[in-house]
Design a protein around this ligand. Structure first.
Ligand SMILES: *Cc1c(COP(=O)(O)O)cnc(C)c1O
Length: 232
């Protein structure tokens, strides 16, 4: 077992290398250039010090899923040149605060959130999250409402749509689920926004399936950070 409280820099370095080699091998099998696949290290529940260690190892992209925690870390680490990716469910009333420190929001899932993120001054990268399950509590827009939401994002100033985001369902194999995301992108995103080709999908245990189906942004937590400390 890993000692979670003190994942040392050497552990982190070894795990970063192991993940990079998994990504490289998956890219090779899919005949893809690994340079087109960005790894976001998900640091939720871990202290800012771990993020700082990751930065010394060359990590540039970090992911967080809770606003207060993300805001505190981004503030504490403002001296570092990191890109912060917000990947969790987001309340509309917190949207503007998240905009202030996040470089990208992966969890756009409803029109009210899009409206709350509107800005005439600055632009933020975003992904529309698709729900691959029948459980609305899992976050993401239902596939049959995707097209309307994408249109709404494209019509809203201050949002730059990069593509789609999804989390694989727990009760089915990941690969066909990720294939559905790719198909949804081809059907409902690319005809309206040909530049919004990115796919944010793939986590510690299913990154190979995601790369095989075209993921451009992997969100990797435990495979790099070790197990998360138990939330309070
Ligand atoms: C926690 C989380 C991840 C990372 O999961 P791991 O299994 O630890 O790699 C990825 N995406 C989202 C949305 C998450 O909440």
């Amino acid at each position: 077992m890993t000692d979670e409280r003190s994942a040392g820099v050497d552990d982190l370095r070894a795990r970063l290398r192991a993940v990079a080699s998994r990504v490289g091998e998956a890219a090779r099998l899919a005949d893809r250039d690994p340079a087109g696949i960005r790894t976001i290290v998900v640091t939720k529940f871990h202290p800012a010090s771990l993020v700082r260690d990751l930065a010394t190892l060359g990590v540039t992209d970090v992911g967080e899923n809770r606003h207060q925690e993300a805001q505190a870390k981004a503030l504490e680490l403002a001296d570092l040149d990191l890109s912060w990716h917000f990947i969790g469910q987001l309340q509309s009333k917190k949207a503007r605060q998240v905009r202030a420190y996040a470089d990208a929001i992966h969890s756009i899932d409803r029109a009210a959130l899009v409206d709350a993120l509107r800005s005439d001054e600055t632009s933020i990268d975003c992904f529309v999250q698709v729900n691959l399950t029948d459980d609305p509590g899992r976050g993401g827009v239902a596939p049959d409402e995707l097209e309307g939401l994408v249109e709404h994002v494209l019509a809203t100033p201050g949002l730059r749509l990069l593509g789609l985001m999804a989390v694989a369902p727990l009760d089915e194999p990941a690969r066909p689920a990720f294939a559905r995301v790719r198909e949804l992108s081809e059907r409902f995103v690319l005809p309206m926004a040909p530049e919004a080709r990115s796919l944010s999908m793939g986590m510690s245990h299913d990154l190979e399936d995601a790369v095989a189906e075209g993921a451009t942004h992997l969100r990797i937590g435990t495979a790099i950070t070790g197990n998360r400390p138990i939330a309070g």
